[in-house]
Design a protein around this ligand. Structure first.
Ligand code: GLU
Length: 449
């Protein structure tokens, strides 16, 4: 059986780092088993859903390299939900309810006041036909609830949390459809998962109790309408928290735009989120195949995963040090060569800093103040400069012999004269990029000539 996973955002806002992590894990789970990763846009709420967010979700997934193998939109599948709804109604699993929000709130308070869990009392189920007719005659349209089966506990073996068990009597019969015909999330999602052959539902642990309810929906739907379908497996990952250990507002607002604007590479974000909260070390792995190979739900912990942007910074630098020229070529100024990239790359924390170093290569460089002695020394260097295979090795070798200088005294004045900076990329790689004439001119200028 082909593994099919799905990422199912509601287009009511931008993706944040927690959503991105869920999308990534679903993508990895599918790829690990040679399966398919689907994007499902949960846009049944027409009022809150926005087209711009649908576009942004697609663009963010593309930036991350998590291209879906298929896309579906719930707003285009309403007939399917209608049919499922009718089938469940005919099977006696969906019933109309007439309470107003205020009545429900009052019932809730009374139950809580009596020390009972605030579960819906199924008042609507005891209405007689006449009472229902009277409500409708008053112009009260019903909303619709799914009737949970109280006979047996709901159990599943969660891919992250292990064996789970819920007593259905402790759960409210969920509202699946509003009085105006609009859908709530639960039923359409279960219908889609069966209809699309989703094999693995992997989502945040805030959905655990939804899963309990949806398992009964899956069972009822399979019996009523989807005889050939199979219930998916479920896994709920621990939530992401900020470095301060709390669910932070800030984390909820951090999305791809932020990471891109900060100059982080998508590879860095992917490498970090792939393993955060698992027992595997977060490492700067740019090779996705390797991340996918090592993806393993059984390594996921149950404690919240801590997201720390300083860790991302570190991973990003290590990723940049590995990025091949082809990957960055499009962002580099014209004339920038592969040799230049390889020389400069180890000095970067963010790829965008490469522009600074290119400025150092092409000049002009900042003037540095040297002591009289060092001015004379770099003047001597200008004369000693010879251009062969290894001009830096040749130059420093010759100056070592002629001046007796070594270490910092030998190298630093040359670096300052040639680059205007006290540290930077390996001079052996940088000097050929600067070129012979320009290098000599810089040495002479620093010598005060
Ligand atoms: N649209 C739901 C959400 O964003 C989907 C949850 C799920 O993965 O089933 O929470």
């Amino acid at each position: 059986m082909t593994t099919i996973t799905r990422f199912a955002p509601s287009p009511t806002g931008r993706l944040h780092v927690g959503n991105i992590r869920t999308a990534l894990h679903n993508w990895m789970l599918a790829k690990k088993h040679g399966g398919r990763f689907l994007l499902r846009i949960d846009d049944t709420d027409a009022e809150r859903s926005r087209e711009e967010y649908v576009d942004a979700i697609r663009a963010d997934l593309a930036w991350l390299g998590l291209e879906p193998d298929g896309e579906a939109r719930q707003s285009q599948r309403l007939e399917l939900y209608d049919a499922a709804f009718e089938a469940l109604k005919a099977a006696g699993r969906i019933y109309p309810a007439y309470e107003t929000a205020q009545e429900l709130e009052l019932k809730r308070k009374i139950r809580l006041g009596r020390g009972k869990p605030p579960v819906y009392d199924r008042g609507a189920l005891s209405l007689s036909d006449e009472e229902r007719a009277a409500k409708e005659a008053e112009g009260i349209a019903p909303h619709w609830r799914f009737k949970l089966d109280h006979d047996a506990p709901i159990e599943w073996n969660d891919g992250v949390r292990g064996p789970q068990k819920f007593d259905p009597a402790q759960l409210s019969d969920p509202v699946v459809r509003r009085a105006d015909g609009g859908w709530l999330y639960m039923l359409p999602s279960a219908v889609d998962d069966l209809d699309m052959g989703v094999t693995d539902v992997l989502r945040g642990e805030d959905h655990v109790s939804n899963t309990a309810v949806q398992i009964q929906m899956f069972t009822a739907l399979i019996a009523a309408r989807y005889a050939a379908a199979k219930m998916p497996s479920f896994a709920h990952e621990a939530l992401l928290v900020g470095s301060e250990g709390k669910l932070s507002k800030r984390l909820g607002s951090l999305g791809c735009d932020h990471f891109r604007a900060q100059g982080y590479e998508p590879e860095a974000l992917v490498a970090m989120l792939a393993r955060l909260g698992t027992s595997q070390p977060v490492e700067p792995i740019a090779d996705r195949a390797l991340l996918v190979d090592t993806f393993d739900l059984s390594t996921f912990g149950r404690a919240p995963a801590k997201f720390d942007e300083t860790e991302l910074h570190r991973i990003n630098a290590q990723i940049v040090h590995q990025l091949p020229f082809e990957r960055v070529r499009g962002y580099l100024p014209s004339g920038f060569t592969e040799a230049a990239w390889l020389a400069i790359r180890p000095n970067l924390e963010k790829a965008s800093e490469v522009i600074d170093w290119w400025q150092v290569v092409t000049g002009p460089v900042e003037r540095t103040e040297l002591s009289d002695e060092d001015r004379a020394y770099v003047g001597e260097a200008a004369g000693a400069l010879e251009w062969g295979d290894n001009p830096w090795g040749q130059l420093t070798g010759a100056l070592k012999d002629s001046t007796g200088r070594k270490g910092k005294a030998l190298f630093l004045p040359l670096r300052l004269a040639l680059t205007g900076r006290a540290s930077g990329p390996d001079m052996g790689a940088l000097l050929p990029l600067i070129g012979e004439d320009e290098a000599r001119a810089r040495l002479e200028r620093a010598a005060g000539r």
